[in-house]
Design a binder for this molecule. Structure first.
Ligand SMILES: Nc1ncnc2c1ncn2[C@@H]1O[C@H](COP(=O)(O)OP(=O)(O)OP(=O)(O)O)[C@@H](O)[C@H]1O
Ligand SMILES: [Mg+2]
Length: 261
């Protein structure tokens, strides 16, 4: 590992209008390139807020009150709308918790892959379908052409999750942000999608920032684990260290709940 950070949260505070407690408070977190960083923590601890902030997609009422978020060493809040659009989907992509939301149910999937490709690359339909097909075969779709002719509502939860991953990975982004990528799936499909995620990450060298409730998944995929509680980063380190010698009571309880040690 080269030790460079593709993303770096530097003393970041995020507030939502009408709420007294910040959703993130003076939070510092490195996200090394080509590695997997997993964020775990209870509901409402600020995990999704951090991912959305990096994409420049905080919900209305949310604002970055302090600190900096650096993408490849550059401060994201200084990017023009044009630059942000170029980066989003191209160099940095996100898979949301609800994968259906990334597709338009009224249009066939093929067209949507083509449009997404054309937004970031000079090539035409042929190049787009080739790029999408290549990624989708690696995600277990033996016949991507069949997928292109279908609508998102015709897919199972696992297929939809894999199609959303394909959309996000088509441009081979440097950073993929995943919010609970497997939580809506049954355990067998969860393991399958996790396997694909690892494979994509390894082949493309994409850094992953993965939010999950599942500490087992975090331990299986993550090189680093960050533990959040109420907007604070309470513990961070290499996975081995967090799992085998957790320092904080909350982390210890999380580990006990998974492995019953
Ligand atoms: N649009 C919003 N307006 C006001 N408060 C919000 C908004 N979105 C999130 N919050 C608040 O910010 C805090 C962090 O929310 P966030 O969604 O980042 O948590 P999370 O860790 O992703 O939770 P979960 O595991 O349930 O998805 C919570 O207290 C939440 O209520
Ligand atoms: Mg969330």
């Amino acid at each position: 590992m080269s030790g460079r950070n593709i993303l770096f949260y530097d003393q970041v505070t995020v507030r939502y209008r009408g709420r007294t407690e910040p959703a993130a408070y003076k939070l510092t977190l490195p996200v090394p390139e080509k590695a997997v960083t997993a964020i775990v923590g209870e509901s409402g601890s600020g995990k999704s807020t951090l991912l959305r902030l990096a994409m420049g997609l905080l919900p209305t009422g949310g604002e970055q009150a302090e600190g900096r978020v650096l993408f490849n060493g550059e401060e994201i809040s200084t990017f023009s709308k044009k630059r942000l659009r170029e980066i989003r989907g191209g160099e940095m992509a996100m898979v949301f918790q609800d994968p259906g939301a990334c597709f338009d149910p009224r249009r066939k999937l093929g067209m949507q892959f083509v449009e997404s490709y054309k937004a970031h690359r000079a090539g035409g339909k042929r190049e787009a379908l080739d790029a999408a097909g290549g990624i989708l075969s690696g995600l277990g779709f033996s016949d991507p052409g069949d997928l292109f002719r279908r609508y998102s509502f015709e897919l199972s939860g696992g297929q939809l999750q894999r199609a959303a991953l394909g959309m996000a990975m088509m441009m081979k982004p440097k950073l993929l942000l995943c919010d609970e990528p497997t939580s809506a799936l049954d355990p067998v499909v969860q393991a399958e999608v996790a396997g694909y995620l690892k494979d994509l990450h390894q082949k493309a060298g994409t850094a992953l920032l993965l939010v999950t409730h599942n500490l087992g998944l975090a331990a299986a995929l993550g090189d680093y684990i960050a533990v959040m509680e109420k907007g604070h980063l309470i513990e961070y380190g290499p996975t081995e260290q967090i799992i085998h010698s957790p320092q904080e009571g909350y982390t210890k309880r999380l580990i006990e709940s998974v492995w019953e040690v």
